[in-house]
Design a protein around this ligand. Structure first.
Ligand SMILES: Nc1ncnc2c1ncn2[C@@H]1O[C@H](COP(=O)(O)OP(=O)(O)OP(=O)(O)O)[C@@H](O)[C@H]1O
Ligand SMILES: [Mg+2]
Length: 377
């Protein structure tokens, strides 16, 4: 007998409806909750519904990347073959922060020659590959580029596992603020009637830096920040464009969370940030929810199994069933508590599948839960 019968939970987020007019779908959430898998699964579902879809993915699991044809391909969208002659198209592209940066430098530098100098600059090489936040920045940058190409009806953006929603949303503005900062300007730009600190060359400051960094590295630094400063307007325009794109009605944010208190709390925080900025929040995907097929308790299951199996096997099977049932009750309680708090209107429950999702067939299995209603027509 069950002391705590789990109340039935049903999904209230219907992707066909919520994403009907979407041009950009951003999947965000904590680390490891299933953002990449969900982005690919939704992308496949949309392609099966006749849309030309590109999924911009970040660091997918190796096997999924290989299955989608991303092996060794940097920065160029590849088409995933869909065997049953669907009208739509599914493309995937893996974010490569360095080549996105290189593209930006080529675009905004004053001349080809200046661009080449920056690309060879040692400080730039370190910066483009390693600086925290550049992945967030290049993700939105690449998204912008994909949309501009006009090749896709909808682009799904899988995001890096951010600790803080603002890391991602504010990356373009932060970068611009840094390039435009007073400190940097002071260092580089000729002040009224004089030259900037670094430009003065023989000042104590540069003397110190030279001793600390070595002369070559100092000149690389000056050159790098000098060129970056010159690109400030380009970055500023871009930051504004990206911000506008994020706030467009046809850009929909979906959050992904695990059925765990901290993950759901994180989603609630992210949601209120989105709402505070008038960003279109589509709903929450709660991924890897354990569902019990039936609510019979352990004794009843053992009796039922006992009719077909030997006693020992029936006992172990019933115990396993009980563990699943109690996990299901736990997950249901977590989601129910989350829904009881104000603010969450739409959730989509996606079950824990028997295996990891590492190919198109797995994405279709996931898709059956993301899109419980079959492809129309
Ligand atoms: N519903 C599910 N059932 C079974 N396995 C799943 C499910 N959802 C995701 N997985 C598996 O969980 C693992 C992590 O998923 P995924 O890479 O999509 O998470 P992520 O949020 O993108 O992670 P990260 O924050 O590291 O980018 C993958 O191996 C994936 O196959
Ligand atoms: Mg991921």
């Amino acid at each position: 007998m069950s002391a705590d019968p789990a109340p039935a939970l049903t999904s209230t987020l219907h992707l066909d409806e919520t994403l009907a007019d979407a041009r950009v779908v951003v999947l965000a959430g904590g680390g490891g909750v299933g953002k990449t898998t969900t982005a690919a699964g939704i992308g496949l579902g949309m392609a099966r519904r006749g849309r030309r879809v590109c999924v911009l993915t970040i660091d997918p699991a190796r096997r999924l990347a290989d299955a989608l044809g991303l092996e060794g391909v940097a920065d160029e969208p590849v088409q995933v073959p869909l065997e049953d002659g669907a009208d739509g198209e599914l493309w995937v592209v893996m974010l490569d922060a360095k080549s996105t940066w290189d593209g930006l430098i080529r675009k905004y530098a004053d001349s080809d020659e200046a661009a080449e100098r920056v690309l060879q600059n040692r400080v730039y090489k370190e910066f483009s590959g390693a600086v925290a936040g550049t992945q967030e920045y290049t993700a939105v940058e690449k998204l912008h580029e994909l949309l501009q190409s006009g090749r896709w009806d909808v682009v799904l953006l899988d995001t890096p596992p951010t600790r803080n929603a603002l890391d991602f949303l504010d990356a373009p503005q932060r970068l611009h603020a840094f390039i435009d900062s007073k400190a940097l300007q002071l260092l580089l730009k000729p002040a009224s009637g004089g030259i900037g600190l670094i430009g003065r060359g023989a000042g104590m400051f540069t003397g110190l830096l030279k001793r600390a960094l070595g002369v070559d590295l100092l000149s690389d630094l000056i050159e790098f920040f000098g060129v970056l400063g010159g690109m400030s307007q380009g970055f500023s325009d871009r930051a504004r464009a990206v911000q506008a794109l994020m706030a467009e009605p046809r850009t929909v944010f979906l959050l992904v969370a695990a059925p765990l208190p901290e993950s759901l709390a994180e989603a609630a925080r992210f949601r209120s940030i989105l709402r505070g900025r008038d960003i279109h929040y589509g709903g929450l995907v709660v991924n890897r929810v354990t569902r019990a097929d039936q609510d019979d308790d352990e004794a009843a299951v053992r009796t039922a199994f006992g009719a077909h199996l030997d006693e020992d096997v029936a006992t172990r099977a019933a115990a396993m069933h009980e563990r699943v049932r109690s996990q299901a009750a736990h997950d249901t309680a977590m989601v129910t508590a989350h829904l009881a708090a104000p603010g969450e209107e739409r959730v989509l429950l996606v079950p824990q599948l028997a295996e990891d999702v590492h190919d198109v067939a797995g994405l279709d299995r996931l898709g059956a839960h993301l899109y419980p209603v079959p492809v129309p027509g």
